[in-house]
Design a protein around this ligand. Structure first.
Ligand SMILES: [Zn+2]
Length: 576
């Protein structure tokens, strides 16, 4: 892998100063077992640990899905970091200074400079003249000067003033556009400011450097303009990978052992105002897996505090599902009467936050509460649908203990037996689209496809591996993975011993390169058996699902045969 903009020597220093066990231990519960350290793999669903971390080799490897690599690739795969971001994060933690090689770095450095200069400009405007209106507005929403300073809030004036200011500092139009602060003028040439007449909240990276802004329109004179405007993705900012307020929240959540997820900048400011710096916000997107993992690494108690209107309530359950999928159990704070957290807390004492914390419930009880509780669910059909919906939320949990806990909650609340709910959940799981992870170059490939392909590509037997015959195109979920498989089969038939990727499409090449750069070579035939077993199980579950839907549709003439086949499949699944 390329060293990015830092010298190999300094990257090696960072590696030497970092302990992979303590870094991974923040995100995965690790246990010492004899000489090795293991835990449940964060990259695939499993019930018994096959994810090993080696302190001697400073590597990790999963025998279940084949994920593996060093501490840098862990952060890249788990948190979606770029290599450079992973190096910077660990260097900052270990206090190792980084030497630049001076090539690659200069490009992103320019954008960081532009954002830092823009931030200075906007903060200055808040203090002067026209910015008075913004200060008055903030005061009317009971945001104190202390909080304004702490959050680095700024003011973007009505006219286009930032662009000429930055041009005067020597930046080119295209740099300003790419950095996300300016837009190309529609008439003729030149650029103008993206943010105008807005209160600006700086969005920072994990090291506290400004990388974008979120802006609240002042007044509602022009209703064609969106009330909130977020900066676009740029070479230094991607919405789905950053959490607003992360840096300050990181240390506060460690101290309090809790983190509060909110939707908006003002909700966030309200918690800070109340003395709870442990709040973070998504920046105008639904919670992403990458953000969920960062939240999970901050503290062991996670609270979601979204708006109390129906849209906010739905978003809260959805965010909870993303956290469950990542192995965390969040609690949801319920707000009365369609209020948002900012409205609700504004005129209440600081202790109101603690009341919300202690009243917060698990996602199942919260979802049921939205329907008015179980007693208000009337009619058999409706009851079935509600239980299905609750089981579907519980089934999102990848951590077995959390799944079991939530399943018990569904059973306690509804009176349905655990067995019934369990079979509902299994149904849910086979039908579930397995979580897709981002490969290099933006190709989406699911962990399932990735582990199957890794099993094939990293075989010590090359194209002679019997697995290549065993895996079929419809075992794979994405077209790109299926196409790679087809070409392996073809080359294998032609008698080649090593897979040649030269004939592949660019997209396919990238997927292969990504897999080969992070996976170990398969060594034991035990791995092959494991993969075949996983495939057999997958195929049986797929068949069962198909048969069950046949039964439900009532179209087939021999339901007894179908039931017998399902029972047979279930017997086999039990013995796997
Ligand atoms: Zn795994």
């Amino acid at each position: 892998m390329a060293g990015g903009c830092y010298s190999e020597r300094s990257i090696e220093r960072v590696r030497a100063a970092t302990d992979i066990v303590s870094v991974i231990g923040r995100y995965v519960i690790l246990r010492r077992a004899g000489r090795s350290i293991k835990g449940l793999c964060p990259f695939h669903k499993e019930k018994t640990p096959s994810f090993f971390v080696s302190p001697d080799r400073q590597m990790y490897h999963c025998f279940g899905c084949g994920a593996g690599g060093d501490v840098f690739s862990f952060l890249m795969n788990y948190l979606n970091f770029s290599f450079t971001e992973a190096v910077e994060e660990l260097a900052a933690e270990a206090g190792v200074p980084l030497e630049k090689t001076g090539r690659d770095g200069s490009r992103t450095d320019v954008f960081r400079e532009i954002l830092a200069e823009s931030h200075g400009f906007y903060r200055g405007r808040l203090a002067a003249g026209e910015g008075r209106r913004a200060l008055d507005y903030l005061a009317s929403r009971s945001i104190s000067e202390g909080t304004i300073r702490k959050l680095g809030v700024g003011w973007a004036p009505e006219g286009s003033e930032l662009s000429p200011y930055l041009q005067g500092r020597g930046y080119s139009d295209s740099q300003l556009i790419e950095a996300g602060v300016s837009l190309r003028s529609t008439r003729g040439s030149g650029v103008y400011d993206r943010f105008r007449n807005r209160i600006l909240f700086p969005i920072c990276d994990r090291r506290g450097r400004v990388i974008s802004f979120g802006g609240r329109l002042l007044g509602s004179a022009d209703s064609r303009k969106p009330k909130y405007l977020n900066g676009p993705d740029s070479p230094i900012y991607s919405k789905g990978n950053h959490l607003y307020g992360y840096r300050e929240a990181a240390s506060a959540s460690r101290d309090l052992d809790m983190v509060i997820l909110v939707e908006g900048y003002f909700d966030h400011a309200r918690f800070v105002e109340k003395g709870f710096d442990c709040a973070v916000a998504t920046c105008g997107t639904a919670l992403t897996p990458s953000q969920a993992r960062q939240i999970g690494g901050m503290a062991s108690s996670i609270y979601i505090c979204y708006d109390g209107d129906p849209a906010g309530q739905r978003a809260a359950v959805r965010a909870a599902e993303v956290l469950l999928e990542e192995g965390y159990l969040p609690r949801i704070m319920a707000l009365p009467d369609r209020q948002d957290p900012d409205d609700y807390l504004r005129d209440r004492p600081d202790e109101a936050v603690l009341e919300l914390v202690s009243a917060a419930g698990d996602p199942i009880r919260y979802a049921l509460g939205l329907l008015g509780g179980w007693s208000s669910v009337q009619g058999t059909q409706r009851k079935v649908r509600v239980v299905q919906r609750l089981a579907s939320v519980a089934s999102k949990a990848t951590e077995p203990v959390i799944r079991e806990t939530l399943m018990k909650v569904v059973s306690e609340e509804t009176g349905y037996s655990i067995e019934t709910i369990r079979s509902e959940m299994e149904e849910e799981n086979t039908g579930e689209r397995r979580r897709a992870v981002q490969g290099d170059g933006g190709t989406l490939i699911s962990p399932w496809d990735r582990s199957l392909l890794a099993g094939l590509l990293m075989s010590p037997d090359g194209l002679a591996d019997p697995l290549i015959d065993y895996v079929q195109a419809d075992d794979l979920r994405s077209d790109v993975a299926a196409s790679i498989l087809e070409q392996m089969k073809r080359q294998s038939k032609e008698g080649l011993s090593e897979f040649s990727i030269s004939s592949l499409e660019d997209e396919e090449k990238k997927v292969c390169a990504m897999i080969m750069s992070v996976h170990f070579q398969r060594t034991e035939s035990e791995d092959r058996d494991r993969i075949m077993k996983a495939l057999d199980k997958f195929r049986l579950q797929r068949e069962r699902k198909h048969l069950r839907s046949l039964l439900r549709s009532g179209e087939d003439e021999n339901p007894e045969d179908i039931r017998r086949r399902i029972a047979e499949i279930e017997g086999r699944l039990l013995n796997m």
